[in-house]
Design a protein around this ligand. Structure first.
Ligand SMILES: *Cc1c(COP(=O)(O)O)cnc(C)c1O
Length: 361
């Protein structure tokens, strides 16, 4: 039986993506070859790469606006260093918002390249909220933020207006909600949270910001080289790009980001309403910053842990335990998680309440 997969990443993908991927592994496009063995320079795969790059821009509303989409390898973590390498000037500085573990990992890498100003941090409160009311130094070469803090279950609802490039790590909420994506100059996202299997990272770049820091950049780290090579500077992650394309096609068919946003709002409302109503549970993140992708919550009484864990496992739920730095539970409700799976979790939470109140009598 298919599990209700709440894993934070790699994560659930649409069932039709699993099915079409499986088909392509056996016989890609009726070519008599597996997607795993075809040349990345073959006509069929070049078409996959071209469509994936174009469709990513299309879904984000960035077609014809001076942006390029790349499918690179190395994960979102490699972008932590590619961004400063490509954008930080000699004796320049960068500004970062520290809203979680991944943001702080990006800051650590930027420090190798130059002065890195942390404009605000919620670290002292174990990142239970997104810092607000900060000022960004006007002479920074760029501002970096993380739209969704996967581990802590917080999400940025607003982004600053700045006279400098804005770079955003959208690994865990890309394609999940309507935003004015043209506000950003670089958007990057590891595929395995909301788009595809692990192995590729989508990087969307406003081309005009490149080539301005006067640095010679090693080829594999140079965004301009990857753009010039149409995302095939070296052998790209062929299968992850193909599976990502299938997810993007699924999303397009569904009605794009506006359509999935409605579904995601409904799923999040369903779960957070129960977390707030059920006297046995409490949310872990500040209410105004709650993430629609990763809902973090705790049992008020840890003594209920064994019975709750048994109940959700019995219901076919997988991947619910929280990250060790928060504890409790984390329900990751990425695009492909059906609302029926959220209802199953809500029913289990209600069931626990009934069982606990019975034992009290
Ligand atoms: C998972 C995650 C990363 C790390 O992604 P990798 O592809 O494993 O390097 C970075 N940022 C955010 C917000 C994440 O959720």
């Amino acid at each position: 039986m298919k599990k209700h997969n709440y894993s934070a990443g790699p994560c659930i993908l649409p069932q039709e993506v699993f099915e079409k991927s499986a088909e392509a592994i056996l016989n890609f496009n009726n070519s008599g070859l597996s997607i795993l063995e075809i040349s990345h320079r073959s006509k069929d795969f070049v078409a996959v790469m071209d469509e994936a790059r174009a469709l990513a821009l299309d879904l984000l509303g960035l077609t014809g606006k001076g942006y390029q989409a790349l499918f690179l390898a190395g994960g979102a973590s490699l972008e932590f260093l590619m961004v400063p390498y490509n954008l930080m000037k000699e004796n320049g500085k960068a500004a970062y918002l520290d809203s979680g573990t991944w943001a702080s990992a990006a800051i650590k890498e930027a420090k190798f390249f130059g002065e890195t100003v942390v404009v605000a941090s919620s670290k002292e409160q174990n990142y239970n909220h997104v810092p607000k009311g900060y000022e960004v130094p006007a002479d920074a070469n760029y501002f970096h933020c993380t739209s969704n803090n996967t581990i802590f279950g917080t999400q940025m609802k607003e982004f600053p207006n700045l006279d400098m490039p804005i770079v955003c790590d959208m690994s865990s909420d890309i394609f999940s909600r309507v935003l004015d994506f043209s506000k950003f100059d670089i958007i990057y996202a590891g595929a395995q949270k909301n788009m595809g299997p692990a192995g590729t990272t989508l990087v969307v770049i406003k081309e005009e910001i490149l080539g301005k820091n006067g640095k010679t950049i090693p080829s594999m780290l140079d965004y301009a080289k990857h753009i010039k090579a149409e995302s095939m500077y070296n052998t790209p992650p062929v299968f992850p790009v193909y599976a990502s394309l299938l997810t993007l096609q699924w999303l397009k068919k569904l009605g794009g980001i506006p359509a999935i946003e409605k579904i995601n709002n409904a799923k999040a409302t369903l779960l957070y309403t129960e977390i707030d109503r059920n006297p046995l549970f409490k949310g872990a993140a500040a209410v105004e910053d709650r993430s629609n992708m990763n809902a973090t919550f705790l049992l008020n009484d840890e003594a209920h842990t064994p019975i709750f864990d048994a109940l959700w496992k019995e219901a076919g739920i997988s991947g619910l335990p929280g990250h060790r730095s928060v504890g409790g539970y984390r329900a990751s409700m990425y695009n492909a998680l059906p609302i029926e799976s959220v209802q199953v979790l809500v029913d289990v939470m209600k069931d626990l309440e009934k069982k606990v109140s019975k034992t009290r009598l």
